[in-house]
Design a binder for this molecule. Structure first.
Ligand code: FAD
Length: 317
């Protein structure tokens, strides 16, 4: 079922979450057993991230470095199938521009359609860590809006090659990312919102936000988004801070601010366990306020660790 249908049918705020595909060499069984407790809160959908290849350098005895492309977290499509089979919920694979030609995107969409996926989150992706700037594949997409356009065209039965004979078309519901604290590359919020509108104008039917720790940032974002005529649902992304390392890593990686009141509490913590307690408590308060404001779903970034999200969901749903 489409995310938009889930949201339309809902009588109150839904619970949903995102998992990472496991590192190569790790089992799917552990991942599925790990998220099983979260099914208590009846998520209508679970997002599965996609990770493009990264480059590592292998040093040869002659001193020369060889650049090797490797994929640390394969398996997004397989995990989606496993989630749908085991839990009977919709799986939402993330689909990237980065690393894909348009032809590969078309083929990936056919695979997803054949396994019964009804929704995709269309994203640009970031540059590989070893490269500073996002560069599309030859004949790949530069921006998520172009990916949205391709998916919508396939929904209309328009494939890349006009000679493709079709007696069937896909019907994906497409979501896109939004940034309450602005995407880091955008020179201004206004510019970023204009590009968000382009994604929606091209056919995106809902928005999932980057994580934020200050609800005012989400409320202000929603206001600005509505002011420029975007009417689709905006699902807030919630991430409980669970380790000392995340206090500096999350703002650095995702270009966001931690509010002073949260930092005041975190600064008193000496251990991961103490940080986690504060992080969970903060996310509970955020969640309560967002539910009271009538948000469509609370979407948790679990990083495939369910325990903190479980405690928050137990407290608010
Ligand atoms: P876009 O919407 O294409 O925007 C990227 C930048 O380009 C923005 O600054 C925008 O303002 C600008 N821009 C857009 N259009 C134009 C234009 N026409 N001209 C000039 N500038 C333009 N990454 C992964 O690798 N895997 C994942 O599974 C994943 N899941 C995510 C889930 C969510 C909910 C979010 C919020 C992010 C996720 N990301 C993921 C990270 C995402 O790939 C990065 O944030 C990426 O840098 C931007 O992706 P986007 O789809 O927002 O890009």
């Amino acid at each position: 079922m489409k995310i938009t249908e889930h949201l339309t049918n809902a009588k109150s705020t839904l619970f949903s979450f995102e998992i990472l595909s496991p590192l190569k060499g790790q089992s799917l069984k552990d991942l599925l057993e790990g998220i099983e407790p979260l099914m208590e809160f009846k998520p209508p959908f679970v997002d599965v991230t996609y990770h493009r290849e990264e480059y590592i350098y292998k040093k040869h005895p002659n001193g020369l470095l060889e650049k090797i492309s490797t994929k640390k977290r394969p398996g997004t499509v397989g995990i989606c199938a496993a989630i749908m089979n085991r839990f009977h919920v919709d799986a939402v694979p993330h689909l990237l521009c980065g690393g894909f030609t348009k032809e590969e995107t078309e083929n990936a969409l056919i695979d997803l359609n054949f396994i019964g996926v009804d929704n995709v989150l269309a994203l640009r992706g970031d540059a590989p860590k070893t490269e500073g700037k996002f560069v599309p594949e030859r004949d790949g997409h530069h921006y998520a809006s172009e990916l949205v356009e391709q998916i919508v065209k396939m929904n209309q039965g328009k494939y890349l090659h006009e000679e493709t004979e079709t007696n069937f078309h896909t019907d994906f519901c497409v979501g896109v990312a939004g940034y309450p604290e602005k995407h880091f590359e955008a020179p201004s919020m206004k510019f970023d919102l204009k590009n968000l509108k382009e994604k929606v104008d091209k056919g995106a039917e809902y928005i999932v936000t980057q994580m934020f720790f200050d609800n005012q940032k989400y409320f202000e974002f929603v206001k600005k988004v509505r002011e420029i005529g975007i009417e689709v649902p905006i699902i807030p992304g919630i991430k409980p801070i669970t380790t000392v390392n995340q206090i500096t890593m999350l703002p650095r990686t995702f270009f966001l601010d931690l509010p002073d009141a949260l930092m005041d509490e975190l600064e008193k913590c000496k251990t991961n366990a103490e940080v986690k307690e504060v992080g969970i408590e903060w996310a509970i308060e955020q969640s309560k306020e967002l539910i009271a404001a009538g948000v469509p779903s609370l979407h948790f970034y679990t990083m495939s660790k369910a325990d903190a999200t479980y405690k928050i969901a137990k407290a608010v749903f």
